[in-house]
Design a protein around this ligand. Structure first.
Ligand SMILES: Cc1ncc(COP(=O)(O)O)c(C=O)c1O
Length: 445
């Protein structure tokens, strides 16, 4: 009860509403451990069908009778760890076969990558080579990315739908540039696409956009089933282009639960509900259903964007063609910051995060509203009204007091301790919060 309201949580891409029929279905499956595949063969079959359907959606080059190569995971983070491991192992095997050192693998990404890529690099000892951003350009520049590629690069990771502003990176250009570099150098550096959000958006509303297995260097793709796949938290997918891209030695075979079961996951036990719910959504909605949902989200994002523009107080940092979200900055944040706007919106129940961009655009702060299926046009209009109210309230307040840190001692005046006003205390907390956030890399999800 004391938590925020999930549907007003505009910070998250993760699904907060499903049909009541599916809620029931998920409850009915809650006591099935997914890993007991031999005992729950139908659930296993549904996962395999999901993998096949998603692989087709991503244009995997599959023959009529061929099954796709992929697995269900707990989310995109696990999917990315698995994809990263496959790249690392393939690269190591090749280097060993050539008699070359294989102890310094690296991966090239934009500085805008989600924290799971930093985790992968840290946990699996791969150097992360990040292309820096700049003001006005908040995604990985493919030209700079390819410049960073060397013989130790296990892959370049492009994002279809940057976490920070929803923008799709130019995977097609990256593919072209990398083909050229591979030709010149004799390397065969591949591409992974982190389509955590965009994987369930682009195929439906930007079908012409080439970002997936239509591009020859794209060897694996992850997508979060629990984002625009429209399932509650706890499901992701990773699909490989074909069998050769997933080294066989990473697949474990267990037989103590019944028949031989191949597994390639970081976890063992997990719930079955999310897999069943993903299958339900794909079958229930079909291509047209997903297309309608995504178009609706895009339109609601537009309504919100236009409402914010009308206030005359914000610069829009997101693009119209990307993940349906609106990222925006105050045109003038000299008196009051985006963090204060975020803080004050909480009083209306809205959860709208404020964060700073990664290097070299860390001086830019944005607010971000993610538009999900359960965010309606009425809510968009309501949010604009509440943001306008917050702006008026902030205008009526004096400019921020430059308190050093929250918890600063009460002022001492003529030897007397003078209590801080509630407003001063609130400002100090806001400033301390801002400092905490700016000192860290943004960890929005
Ligand atoms: C681009 C991107 N990649 C990966 C992730 C991690 O996804 P998950 O929460 O499914 O692990 C996110 C989460 O927001 C993301 O936006």
């Amino acid at each position: 009860m004391l938590d925020g309201n999930p549907r007003l949580n505009l910070a998250s891409f993760v699904t907060t509403w499903m049909e009541p029929e599916c809620d029931k279905l998920m409850m009915a499956a809650i006591n099935k451990n997914y890993v007991d595949m031999d005992d729950y063969p139908v659930t296993t079959e549904l996962q395999n069908r999901c993998v096949n359907m998603i692989a087709h959606l991503f244009n995997a080059p599959l023959g009529d009778s061929e099954t796709a190569v992929g697995v269900g995971t707990v989310g995109s983070s696990e999917a990315i760890m698995l994809a990263g491991l496959a790249f690392k192992r393939k690269w190591q095997n090749k280097r060993r076969a050539e008699g070359k050192p294989c102890d310094k693998p690296n991966i090239v990404t934009g500085a805008n990558v989600q924290v799971c890529w930093e985790k992968f690099a840290n946990y699996f000892e791969v150097e992360l080579k990040e292309v820096k951003l700049r003001e006005g350009y908040y995604v990985m520049d493919p030209i700079k990315a390819v410049e960073l590629v060397d013989e130790n690069t296990i892959c370049v990771a492009a994002i279809l739908g940057s976490t920070l502003n929803g923008e799709f990176e130019d995977v097609k250009l990256l593919n072209e540039l990398l083909i050229e570099k591979n030709k010149l150098t004799g390397w065969d550096t591949p591409i992974h696409v982190d389509a955590a959000s965009g994987g369930f958006i682009a195929p439906f509303i930007y079908p012409e956009l080439e970002w997936d297995f239509r591009l020859p260097l794209v060897k694996s793709i992850n997508v979060s089933g629990h984002k625009y796949g429209l399932v509650y938290a706890g499901i992701g997918w990773v699909i490989w282009r074909n069998k050769e891209d997933l080294p066989d030695e990473l697949i474990f075979h267990i037989n103590y639960l019944g028949a031989d079961q191949p597994t390639f996951t970081l976890n063992f036990s997990k719930g079955s509900s999310q897999v069943i719910a993903q299958y339900y959504q794909i079958i229930r909605l079909g291509y047209e259903g997903y297309q309608n949902v995504m178009e609706n989200c895009r339109e609601n994002a537009l309504v919100l964007k236009q409402g914010l523009e009308k206030t005359g107080r914000f610069n829009i940092v997101s693009k119209d063609n990307g993940v349906p979200l609106v990222a925006f900055s105050l045109k003038d944040n000299s008196c009051h910051s985006e963090f204060e706007v975020s803080d004050m919106l909480r009083r209306f129940g809205w959860i709208v995060p404020a964060y700073t961009m990664p290097p070299d655009a860390q001086h830019v702060t944005v607010l971000r509203v993610v538009i999900r299926e359960d965010f309606s046009r009425t809510l968009a209009e309501r949010l604009v009204i509440d943001i306008t109210k917050v702006l008026h309230e902030l205008d009526a307040l004096p400019a921020r007091i430059s308190a050093k840190i929250a918890g600063e001692e009460d002022k001492v005046k003529n030897g007397m301790v003078v209590k801080k006003t509630a407003l001063e205390t609130q400002r100090e907390i806001t400033n301390a919060w801002k400092k905490l956030v700016t000192d860290r890399k943004s960890q929005v999800c």
